[in-house]
Design a protein around this ligand. Sequence first.
Ligand code: FAD
Length: 279
Amino acid sequence: MTELLFPTTVEEAVALLAAHEDARPIAGGATLVAMRNAGLVESTHLVSLDRIAGLAGIVRLEDGRIRIGAMTKHAETASCEMLSGSLEVLRKAAGMIANRVVRNMGTMGGSVANADPAADYLPALACCDAVLTIAGPGGTREVSILDYVEDWYETALGEGEIITAFTLPAPYAAASSYRKIARVSGDFATASCAMALEADGQGVRVAIGACGPGPIRDPEAEAALCGHLGDPEAVATFAKALADQADPVDDVRGSAEYRLQLIPRLISGVLNDISKETV
Ligand SMILES: Cc1cc2nc3c(=O)[nH]c(=O)nc-3n(C[C@H](O)[C@H](O)[C@H](O)COP(=O)(O)OP(=O)(O)OC[C@H]3O[C@@H](n4cnc5c(N)ncnc54)[C@H](O)[C@@H]3O)c2cc1C
């Protein structure tokens, strides 16, 4: 028998997770319920984050940054107009997750806690320089999305900790694109790419997903690419720099070799999208 607990504050949730040895947080249950039904996860206590005020929703902070609560559903992120310019890539990625049912059920916190390397949010959040807020028995701390994924399905989340929010820098004028290649529409990515290009062309950010345990970014290669986006040789050099950092696996969604081939294709694809947007 599993007991479902409904704390109303983050502190209470953290205390409940500490009080029961194999307790787990539950968000929308999109993944966790399927895992439990398949016998992959056992838990005597599930700590629902659903009734904690302030964990869901997207707000603009006084300094212009955007804060997304961990319990925000993909559907809300996909339709949030505050995610504009440099942050629009996150909105686009949310809209490509699975199907409407999953987008109405799953949450950003649950997706990122699960840390599936093929999840759409990881490269999009990396492209946006997102910072996670994590609460636990030791208090609250912040972790950048690039430091968060430590290895395959291993993250900076410690025992009894929960993700409470994602903070994004204030949006600025930019064109952005998110592309994923998947076996069928609505599936997790075989490989994916998020890109944001500043309107004045002075900055470009690119993150690759599903080609290693976490999203791949290379700020030095981004700086070298800046101003040369129309030069096929510079783009190829950039794609090679990212592919060199990839650590793809063979799995049901594609071989490691195929994933490496997808990296330059995806980069050309997002560049093409962006050039259409900026014409
Ligand atoms: C059919 C199907 C198709 C899918 N396709 C895609 C896809 O194309 N792209 C994609 O990116 N994703 C996809 N997903 C995953 C989906 O995005 C889910 O939102 C995501 O896996 C998490 O679901 P959830 O928020 O309901 O979390 P839950 O299922 O409730 O929890 C997932 C895990 O995270 C933990 N957890 C939840 N919230 C927190 C928190 N705030 N802090 C710490 N730990 C937490 C739970 O303990 C559990 O281990 C798919 C899922 C399904 C079922």
